[in-house]
Write a protein that binds this ligand. Structure first.
Ligand code: ATP
Ligand code: MG
Length: 386
């Protein structure tokens, strides 16, 4: 009786001609998630089986694999020889001690002497006699005991489906540059776009020494949590201190955020192009704060010359975003109270509906190109491995 893990995948099924490619990337991502754990991954038909690992690491393996996009469900199963007696003993070993149940057999090997219905009745009957507190309920059982009779003389026996991360394998949908702040939203945006198969790099802007080193560590921690879903990532860290000082010195205070956003977008676009990213990704959600009105978005997007800007959270409420951030494990880090660069020099009344012509006029007081180049020379890249 060997413990194995069954991985069932999702939308990959849909990709007709590209299927081989999707499966290859998916398998590489599974392998990467299990780095440091002895194991073997096989692909019989339509699913993956992990085996050859130390049994006590099964839960850890499931936890890691359930974060790999493309994974639909997982089960920890016992692999045994496909003989009635052995299968029965295995089912008995995982059966609950009370409540309602049913047995569900899937028979890939049609040579097995009992068909699926007969097998359900046979094993179910034996369980009823062995465990007096159990009752059969084929419609809405509390427990389902699954038997999967394979073609190679083995059977898989399991009792649970664990939900996987869903989505598409990371690396099958290009690459994006995520603007990662220390807030709640942008890590969720990164998660959602990676779920569609996009590889991401992240760029973070800070205003050291106005912002402190803890703020930087917080962002690195967010990037690390995110990297468990994104198969690692490169974090580019860029100082906008001088840009903020110049805006503060030369432009109206209420335009601080509007103008700073335009710098962020320009720097993000250049960093994206330098690193092979094909789009910019932000955590904006329509109307959430002053800078995220349609006028604010127009102002920041108008400086992006060549790449599309993707905003996976645009239609979500804050409560919905918070729900995802709790589920993916970024929330507790996001709410740590360290200053973001946007809160430094924060005006009392930021512009809610900036007028593009006016923004451009005010911005003309700044030496935009020189400030961008200077910021880019300050850039550091941290490789965050999964
Ligand atoms: P978040 O929770 O992601 O910080 P927010 O609700 O605080 O979002 P804003 O501060 O207006 O909203 O930021 C909007 C988006 O701009 C963020 O989601 C992020 O993508 C980007 N952004 C803001 N500040 C930074 C920063 N310091 N570095 C990188 N990107 C940033
Ligand atoms: Mg923020």
């Amino acid at each position: 009786m060997e413990k194995v893990i069954i991985i069932r995948y999702c939308e990959i099924h849909l990709k007709g001609n590209n299927r081989g490619y999707f499966e290859k990337v998916f398998q590489e991502n599974l392998e990467r998630a299990l780095k440091g754990i002895r194991h073997e991954i096989r692909r019989p038909s339509g699913r993956y089986i992990v085996e050859g690992f130390e049994e006590e690491r099964a839960d850890e393996i499931v936890a890691r694999l359930s974060k790999v996009f493309g994974t639909h469900t997982l089960s920890v199963a016992y692999k045994v020889s496909a003989e009635l007696e052995t299968i029965y003993r295995t089912v008995l070993s995982i059966a609950p001690q009370s409540g309602t149940f049913k047995v569900q057999t899937n028979r890939a090997d049609k040579r097995f002497p009992l068909d699926s219905m007969q097998m359900n009745a046979e094993i179910g009957g034996r369980l009823l006699s062995a465990v007096p507190q159990l009752k059969v309920d084929v419609r809405e059982p509390e427990h389902i005991l699954y038997i999967d009779i394979r073609e190679n003389g083995t059977a898989l026996v399991f009792g649970k489906y664990v939900k996987g991360a869903g989505g598409m394998p990371v690396g099958t949908a290009g690459k994006g540059m995520l603007l990662l702040s220390g807030g709640i939203d942008s890590p969720v945006a990164g998660y959602m776009i990676a779920k569609r198969g996009m590889k991401i790099d992240a760029i973070h802007f800070h205003s050291y020494p106005y912002t402190n080193l803890q703020a930087r560590e917080k962002v690195e921690e967010l990037a690390r949590i995110l990297s468990e879903y994104t198969c690692g990532l490169q974090l580019h860290v860029v100082s906008v201190t001088h840009i903020q000082e110049e805006i503060h010195r030369l432009c109206p205070p209420e335009m601080m955020i509007t103008l700073l956003r335009r710098f962020m977008m320009r720097i993000a676009e250049r960093t994206a192009q330098k690193n092979g990213a094909q789009c910019i990704v932000t955590g904006e959600s329509l109307g959430q704060v002053a800078s995220q009105t349609i006028e604010g978005i127009t102002s920041s997007e108008s400086v992006v010359e060549r790449l599309p800007v993707l905003r996976p959270l645009i239609g979500l409420d804050k409560t919905e975003i918070i729900e995802v951030s709790r589920r993916i494990g970024t929330y507790d880090t996001s709410i740590l109270p360290y200053e973001d660069c946007c809160t430094v020099f924060l005006p009392k009344h930021p512009l809610i509906r900036p007028d593009l012509a006016e923004v451009e006029r005010e911005e003309a007081r700044l030496d935009v190109e020189r400030l961008i180049e200077e910021a880019l020379t300050s850039a550091e890249t941290v490789a965050i491995s999964q």
